[in-house]
Design a protein around this ligand. Structure first.
Ligand code: ASC
Length: 128
């Protein structure tokens, strides 16, 4: 397993990719594109909550912005970026806690809230 020139970017992008894979199922259920299956919902919500803590150490070095999707603004607004990362982790933790609930509408609303925390960070800090 070779190390690329920007292994921190490869690391965090692979975690985000895995997160999007699992969160995608939750989004599809929330949008009615896929039938609701509570066991799957709980499993995916738990995985997303666990993954949500992982990407951040991949943002330690400002030099890792080069050639990646990360905007240099991350390292210029570090406290704001860290706050947005925390918002996502908190929203994902709440979703995982709620996942066994019978209130499907509340679950789907929380999926929307998690998605908003993804978007909040991408809008400011991810190069399109
Ligand atoms: C996803 C995904 C994101 C978020 C975002 C939510 O499934 O890959 O980046 O949801 O689109 O608005």
């Amino acid at each position: 397993c070779g190390k690329g020139p920007n292994e921190a970017a490869e690391y965090r992008e692979s975690v985000f990719k895995a997160t999007a894979w699992h969160f995608g199922t939750l989004g599809a259920m929330a949008k009615g594109e896929q039938p609701f299956d509570q066991a799957v919902f709980e499993e995916k919500a738990d995985i997303v909550a666990q993954l949500s803590g992982l990407p951040w150490e991949g943002f330690a070095d400002a030099g890792s912005a080069d050639g990646s999707h990360a905007k240099p603004a991350i390292w210029e607004n570090r406290a704001d970026f860290d706050g947005k990362a925390r918002d996502f982790q908190n929203a994902a933790a709440e979703l995982a806690e709620m996942a066994g609930s019978a209130d499907q509408q509340a679950l789907f609303a929380q999926v929307g809230k998690v998605g908003e925390t993804c978007r909040a960070c991408h809008t400011e800090y991810r190069e399109r």
